[in-house]
Write a protein that binds this ligand. Structure first.
Ligand code: FAD
Length: 285
């Protein structure tokens, strides 16, 4: 296998990583974001603390009420996990459209969150599942909902010397798990999203028991479309309801102009993809 040698310091436990970061280091995980910008932000490879091999961060823990995706779990590792496939299908659909096989094999879910791009595909799917972030520093541990963790474009609540050790996802019971993920970019693959939507749904007797709709890349932070979720809860999915959901989404979105697209385009497309995502909800057998 082709390998690049990066002269970063490798940590073998979270405790060791926290100590090394305190000594003037920065976290290196899959490296698919930080190595691209390291020169630009003035970080030399020797200052990076590689956490990607820490065994305790490579786990996906499953208990009755939640699963925890470890802070060094890659996009592909979670995509291939049987519980994630059966109960969190929107994560799998997002992972399938994430970058390329090579990047998915290195990039982590925690890195996608720490990077805090509103065009983060993984993070948008995590928003749809009410993710909570587990953090650890030398001062202790804390948990914070993802919606509160992200403060703006590349701005988060992550403090100096802190590591994302896990991403908690509550398990929904009493229904079947459906999901969808639609990404609109310049190309079909290896594209940064202009607009994207992730939908999680728990469906019982043909009706929506619980739904999460997250819209990415339209605003400085990912949006949860709570009005649309309330409108759909308790309903059976049909074309009329999906069209109405799309209209509500279009009305709710305050989109931005940037180098990738215009606010007007994003608003229109947001409505279309919300409608299609509702109609396209599916489970993974
Ligand atoms: C060619 C290419 C295509 C891409 N395509 C996509 C795409 O389609 N969709 C998409 O969403 N992204 C894409 N990306 C961006 C990137 O792959 C993701 O954001 C990825 O999830 C980052 O994870 P990482 O493990 O590589 O993070 P790294 O690059 O290792 O780190 C990124 C940042 O997060 C911090 N960090 C990482 N892990 C932790 C942790 N556990 N605790 C605290 N801080 C941490 C680092 O210090 C750094 O500041 C692409 C990148 C490239 C190069």
């Amino acid at each position: 296998m082709f390998q690049i040698h990066i002269p970063a310091v490798k940590a073998f436990s979270v405790k060791e990583a926290l100590k090394l970061i305190e000594e003037n280091g920065k976290v290196l995980n899959g490296g698919t974001d930080i190595l691209v910008i390291a020169k630009e932000i003035g970080i030399s490879a020797e200052k990076l603390v590689d956490i990607s091999g820490i065994e305790e961060l490579k786990q996906i823990e499953v208990s009755a009420k939640k699963i925890v995706i470890g802070g060094a779990v890659t996009i592909d590792e979670a995509k291939n996990n049987p519980i994630i496939r059966s109960e969190f299908p929107a994560l799998v659909f997002a992972a399938e459209q994430f970058a390329s096989p090579q990047i998915r094999n290195r990039a982590t879910w925690a890195g996608n969150i720490a990077n805090a791009s509103p065009a983060g595909d993984g993070m948008t799917a995590l928003y749809a599942y009410d993710a909570v972030i587990q953090l650890r520093s030398k001062n202790g541990r804390r948990e914070i909902p993802l919606t509160e963790f992200v403060k703006g474009v590349r701005k988060t609540e992550l403090c100096e010397g802190e590591i994302i050790t896990g991403i908690i996802l509550p398990r929904g019971h009493g229904g079947e798990h459906f999901g969808s993920f639609i990404k609109v970019g310049q190309r079909k693959t290896l594209a940064i999203s202009k607009v994207m939507v992730a939908v999680s749904a728990l469906i019982k007797a043909g009706k929506i028991k619980k739904i999460g709709i997250a819209l990415g890349a339209v605003a400085p932070v990912i949006l949860r479309l709570t009005e649309v979720e309330q409108f759909l809860t308790g309903k059976k999915i049909d074309r009329d309801e999906a069209v109405r959901a799309g209209e509500l989404a279009r009305q709710a979105v305050k989109a931005i102009d940037d180098i990738r697209s215009t606010a007007d385009y994003r608003k229109k497309v947001a409505g279309v993809i919300v409608e299609r995502a509702i109609l396209g909800l599916k489970s993974i057998e």
